[in-house]
Design a protein around this ligand. Structure first.
Ligand code: ZN
Length: 222
């Protein structure tokens, strides 16, 4: 498609843009009304308390909507998303979410879910410059450097990107395990497991990378 036409089709004029936002509010009205129709106390219950069992740490990618792809309703999944599902030891935003989820909500499972075809992972691998976000994606480049021999052995570019998507999930899951929050929870024998999953945009299916950890594990050197 011609780039100009493509741009126009996704960036409507101001009037139609407002119309689009109005549509979102209308969608919301329909959604709320259908919820109440199937469960009259749905919102009353949710307004009172949230008791999610799971914490989801995933990518911000609009094609990977956490609740939808695992079929959970509002109130059932505590969610943190950022570009390329990165867990950084000093990221107070992510750490606060994990701390609140583990210490206050007492969630039992933390799921780090990446996805194949991740634009953040691809940009990190190709060292594409996209602006400020380059700094964030340095964390994914660190993962690539840690596993450079594994990645270098894969000749096909797409397969190499997919492998980095998997390795990134693995490393971010490890970062979750090594937070003081999770380590302390395991220390006091709180029931808590951490999982690494990856989602496939092409078929909508999640694959468990089978790396789950549910008890204190020794810190591993790289
Ligand atoms: Zn992504």
């Amino acid at each position: 498609m011609d780039q100009t036409l493509k741009y126009q089709s996704i960036m409507p004029s101001r009037t139609s843009k407002m119309q689009t936002l109005k549509n979102l509010i209308e969608n919301n009205r329909r959604w709320a009304s259908s919820r109440v129709k199937s469960d009259a106390d749905f919102f009353k219950r949710l307004a009172h308390i949230q008791k999610p069992r799971y914490l989801w740490i995933g990518c911000s990618d609009s094609r990977v909507p956490a609740n939808d792809i695992v079929g959970l309703l509002p109130g059932e999944l505590f969610v943190h998303r950022n570009v390329a599902n990165v867990v950084v030891h000093t990221d107070l935003n992510c750490l606060s979410v994990i701390q609140y989820a583990v210490d206050v909500l007492k969630i039992q499972d933390i799921i780090v879910c990446g996805h194949y075809g991740c634009g953040g992972v691809r940009a990190a691998m190709q060292k594409t410059s996209l602006g400020l976000i380059d700094n964030w994606l340095r964390h994914v480049q660190d993962v690539a450097r840690t596993h450079q021999h594994t990645l270098a052995a894969i000749k096909d570019h797409h397969k190499r990107c997919d492998k980095l998507c998997e390795l990134n999930v693995r490393e971010q899951m490890r970062n979750v395990c090594e937070t003081t929050i999770v380590q302390d929870a395991w220390e006091r024998k709180q029931k808590l497991a951490v999982h690494a999953w990856i989602y496939n945009l092409h078929d909508g299916l999640i694959r468990d990378l089978e790396l789950s950890v549910s008890k204190n594990h020794p810190r591993q050197s790289r």
